[in-house]
Structure formats: C-alpha cells, structure tokens
Design a protein around this ligand. Sequence first.
Ligand code: DC
Length: 222
Amino acid sequence: MKTINITIDGPAGAGKSSIAREVASELGFVYVDTGAFYRAIALFALDYPTKRDFLRKLESECHLEMKYFGGMQCIFLNGENVTDKIRTQEISMKASEVSALPEVREFLLEMQKEIAHAYNVIMDGRDIGTAVLPDADLKIYLTASAEERASRRYLELEDKPDMPSYEQILEEIKQRDDNDMHRAISPLKRTNDAVLIDSTKMGFHEVCEEIMDLIETKFDLD
Ligand code: DC
C-alpha cells in the first residue's frame, strides 16, 4: 500500500520539529526529524581530526538507528542513545558544516527514502521536498524572520547556565541560514509546489491548525 508522505522544510528555528511532532501525533503518523541524522553524524565527525579520516570511516563505522519511545524519536549512534547529546550549539554548527558534504547527503538519502516508503510520515528538514521526497503528497515550507527565530531560541534557553546573548544566537542563525541556503548540493529552498507558511506572527497552535486544515482538505483520513 502506498504510504502518505508530508514534508516540512525550512530554516533553523522555524519551529518545524515541535509542529511536525504535534501534527504527526494527531494523525498517528511517524514523525521523522532528519536534522537529528545530520547532528548524529556531526557528533561522529568530532572524533576525527580531518575531513578525509571522517569520510573514510562514515560508510563502515557510523551506524545510525531511529527508535520511538511514546512518540518521541530517539537517535542512536553506534548503539548509544545520543538524542540529548546532539542538542548543543557546537553540534548545530558542525551539523550545518557536514551536511554540505555530498558523501554525507548520499549516505542519508536512501535511509530517509526507505522510512517514507514504509510508513506514513511527516518528515522535516531542509531538502525533503526537493531531494528526498520530491513526489511527496503535501509539501510545506515553514519559515519566520531570523529575528523572530532568534528571540524564540533565546526564550527557550533563558536561565540556562552559560546561555549565549540574543545577538550571538541571531548571528548563529544567520550563519546557518547562509550555509544551508547556499551550499552546492540540496540547498534549502522553497519549491513552487510547497505551501509557504510564515510563522513570524503566528503562535504554535495557529500553525498546527493551518497545517491540519491543509491536510484535511487534501486527504480523506477517516
Ligand atoms: O534541523 P536541525 O537544526 O536539527 O538541522 C541540523 C543541520 O542539519 C542544519 O544546519 C542543516 C542540516 N540538515 C540538512 O542539511 N538537511 C536536512 N534534511 C536536515 C538538516
């Protein structure tokens, strides 16, 4: 039976993950956070002093697995649950860097396609609607201004020890946007068939509702 595939692409901090997770749970779909795959590879790469060493070991020694615990996606790198470890600023920047490498994108492409082939999914990332699932049933491009994304991130981090300033967060967001949108392979971009949602002035529930409305209009899921 053909599965239903819904993609959500967009820049860092646009709220893709929390929104995709919520919508997937309402629909009973599998939520796939593809950024976590790139982050886990970034963590793997930290063990290698050069890009050459890292790429040489990628195929043979980097085993990724995705498991679900009560709807939460957990990512395992060589048997270790690294779900929390990959949520640091250092890994964010490294993931943006390794994701520009063709070998890394190739390494993950089949894995992502296979998941979408096996399950009804909401898959979020940067190139899901363009490169991974170009024939997806519904494509969404979710964005917000860099300032709004930085201030959401700032509020999320508030009161954490060693938290960066708003200006630092904004700078990093702009840097990642630049990397993700201008890399040679599978850059982040909106395709003509993707529905644009600009959440700069929208709340979480409003965005979820808009996406649910799009889905209900498009599919008969009863
Ligand atoms: O969504 P995220 O911030 O967890 O993603 C981390 C990095 O991985 C991001 O800077 C770009 C990269 N990425 C990608 O290139 N393609 C995807 N489908 C998902 C993430």
